[in-house]
Design a protein around this ligand. Structure first.
Ligand code: ATP
Length: 429
């Protein structure tokens, strides 16, 4: 997508019920978005696909759904109350705030004005538990989902009877009071993460790290992101987060530049040791072979649901000002991977008349019984109905016509129209 098409893409996302600004009837809330009827389907499918590949298709990973508000000690132990901060600078004239590490010129603001001294801005959202709003009742909305995994590590290890190496996966909301949210859903204050914490023998950590970097990169390519718009960024040692022994980001070339989709970090034993220190509970495991106790190291592939979906939509979105034929009306086509499309198929009676409607209803019933999400549409010209489906990425349209119901060689068949090739074939119901 050319960068000047991004606005048009955002308008499409709203018009077609994918993503739109939140709280609009109250004038909106900056950098907050809601997923509409089409977007929620895509997002759910993306999460289900991640879960399937990470949990269901493997013997060595199990799932978890931990609470969003945890004991505040968790965030002390993890280092978030102290370290989870970005360097904030302020334009002294306009009072606009910037993340210092994102400025290209550290001496002045993008508007050319002097900047304040940087100060540390904690990203955790604070809240209060119970009726009294005092320091005793302070709690935090989780800034990442993985801490819920670390604090449950021992229980999951025992209950699932897993042996090292094994992993725990979780998908859920995380909250960060970002200084500079923006670029649509790329950076928001409330977002969803898909995180795996994979616990390994310290000696095997480097190898597992490489495994997960390669495997996660392949996952995005398999879903349809092009190789040329993906790259790996290895963090230099000086820029590593306090817990990390090595981090590689998977980046995507968004219309505004390269941005992180997922970070794969070798967190060493930092988190388990911290929770052991703060909770007083032993986090080590027993190695049957060496007969020794040890604290596993953790390899963490941590991705964002919203960012991944945004990249996939941007990659899939095509705008043809004169249609795909080059000489028609403008057309938008979403070439999204069929696994992620909001609908598996649409069923369209050619015209709104019996016995076509009855036959179409039968087909809808069949497809639904088969577990498919089906869109039924009987109004308007067939060409327009196809284009509406192309615009939201429905991979296939089944059209019930007179041949489907009249005696003859095609009785009991419908046409199946392919979104990408626009080819139509007769198939038996
Ligand atoms: P960034 O450097 O962009 O702020 P990060 O390195 O702090 O991101 P992580 O802590 O590694 O991000 O979080 C893992 C993933 O969660 C990111 O790769 C991204 O996909 C997602 N994520 C993080 N912050 C946000 C946000 N504010 N909005 C949307 N997604 C986010």
């Amino acid at each position: 997508m050319a960068s000047d098409q991004f606005e048009q893409f955002v308008a499409w996302a709203k018009r077609r019920g994918v993503i739109w600004p939140s709280s609009e009837i109250y004038g909106g809330l900056a950098n907050s978005y809601d997923y509409g009827p089409i977007g929620v389907e895509m997002k759910n499918r993306l999460k289900a696909h991640w879960w399937r590949t990470m949990v269901h298709e493997r013997d060595d990973i199990v799932g978890l759904d931990s609470a969003i508000i945890l004991n505040p000690k968790v965030w002390e132990a993890s280092g978030h109350t102290e370290n989870f901060a970005d360097p904030l600078v302020e334009d002294v004239v306009t009072h606009k705030r910037y993340r210092q590490d994102q400025l290209t010129d550290l001496t002045k603001s993008p508007d050319g004005n002097p900047l304040s001294e940087p100060r540390s801005f904690n990203l955790l959202f604070k809240t209060f538990i119970g009726a009294a709003e005092d320091s005793q009742s302070v709690a935090y909305l989780r800034g990442e989902t993985c801490q819920g995994i670390f604090i449950n590590f021992k229980q999951v290890h025992e209950i699932s009877r897993q042996k090292i190496p094994f992993g725990i996966a979780q998908i859920g909301k995380a909250f960060r009071n970002e200084i500079t949210p923006g670029n649509f859903t790329f950076r928001t204050r409330e977002f969803e993460q898909m995180e795996l914490e994979f616990f390994v023998q310290p000696a095997d950590a480097a190898e597992w790290f490489e495994h997960w970097v390669a495997s996660r990169l392949a996952w995005y390519v398999d879903l349809g992101l092009s190789q040329e718009r993906l790259r790996l960024f290895k963090h230099p040692k000086s820029q590593l987060a306090h817990y990390s022994k090595g981090t590689t980001d998977i980046e995507y070339q968004f219309p505004w530049g390269w941005g992180e989709l997922e970070g794969i970090a070798n967190r060493g034993d930092y988190d388990l040791i911290q929770h052991q220190k703060f909770s007083g509970k032993d986090m080590s495991v027993f190695d049957e072979e060496t007969k020794e106790k040890f604290t596993p190291w953790v390899i963490e592939p941590s991705g964002g649901v919203d960012r991944a979906l945004l990249a996939l939509l941007i990659e899939a979105w095509q705008f043809h000002p004169k249609g795909r034929s080059g000489e028609g009306e403008e057309e938008t086509v979403l070439g999204l991977n069929a696994k992620l499309a909001a609908y598996d198929a649409a069923v369209l009676p050619l015209i709104k008349k019996e016995p076509l409607l009855k036959k179409a209803a039968e087909l809808v019933k069949k497809l639904r019984a088969d577990g498919q999400h089906v869109f039924y549409d009987e109004s308007g010209s067939i060409g327009r109905r196809y284009r509406r489906m192309d615009e939201i990425g429905t991979p296939i349209c089944y059209t019930v016509d007179f041949e489907s119901v009249e005696d003859g060689p095609n009785k009991g068949t419908v046409t199946a129209r392919d979104r990408d090739t626009m080819e139509q074939k007769r198939v038996t119901i």
